[in-house]
Design a protein around this ligand. Sequence first.
Ligand SMILES: Cc1ncc(COP(=O)(O)O)c(C=O)c1O
Length: 337
Amino acid sequence: MLEKIPRIKLSNLPTPLDELKELSKKYGFKKLLIKRDDLTGFAGGGNKARKLEYDFAEIIKSDHDVVLTAGGIQSNHARMTAAAARKLGIDVKVVLGGPDFKKFKGNLLLDVLFSAEIRYLVNDDSNDHLTSEMNKWADELKREGRKPFVLPIGGSTGLGALGYVKAMHEISQQLADKKVQIVMAVGSCGTFAGSILGAKMFFNDARIIGISVSRTSQAIIERTKEIILESSEIMKQKINMNEIKIECYDQYYVEYGLITKEGKNAILECANLEGIILDPIYTGKVMAGMIDLAQKNIIDKKLTTIFLHTGGLPILFSFEDEFDELAKCNKIYKKVQ
Ligand SMILES: Cc1ncc(COP(=O)(O)O)c(C=O)c1O
């Protein structure tokens, strides 16, 4: 049924499934793999490309001329929505929120590059406020005779989550082993919901493990169930919610958007052992969480484990102060006059 749902190609699929040999050796995993969704290839890459392939098929079909979305100051979703809108000839406006800033950096700089019109909520990235500002803007646009499409925060609709149902099918084709654990970041829950549903459909034995970057486990469970139901209705796939197990951990973030000490260490370790770049808001925290859960034997190191790399590279370039200090104190840089 998934093949029948309209989709616009934005990403280069399949993304590679590689081994993390050095990390695996260091932490005693039997087999640790990385699914490189940071290499989806569109506008800087990341998980959002897969969701937007379904969301934009709907936006185009329903004849809208402007798309609005919202997120935090360093939203990867806003950056990729802006890029997709430009590629498909649709106008784009984004509501962002967070600390006041002096310079456009990271994803925010890319939003400007894609000429997204931005409304910024200073010192406020509450989902409710971002959403109500976006709805207000959409109403203004309607009064001007425009046809706005409001894409919720993170693109986490039942439709967008199909991108990760498809991703689970893709992994099942890349791997003979069906008894796997797949670890990923959970923000607005679409990636997680699609992965849980896809794992149920294509990999009966997979265990999907979510690491929260912003919400309590209880809030994640509620929202993830809603998205799973929406996605399964779109696919006309019968699903018994009692058989769906939602496993997530919410102790690896302090506040959305802030780097943690453990996340920073994981970024450095991954760079130095594997040459892989993680980011401070999402994937660094997930790597730190995955290692901690493995050390506590909550993740079974004897089973194949897959770290889902969901992208977020541009975010790193808005955290330069964290790493600038490191360069100085490690004395790895010398000015030659
Ligand atoms: C790099 C990255 N990883 C993971 C996520 C989480 O995905 P979701 O919002 O679908 O839970 C996001 C969402 O913004 C993201 O940008």
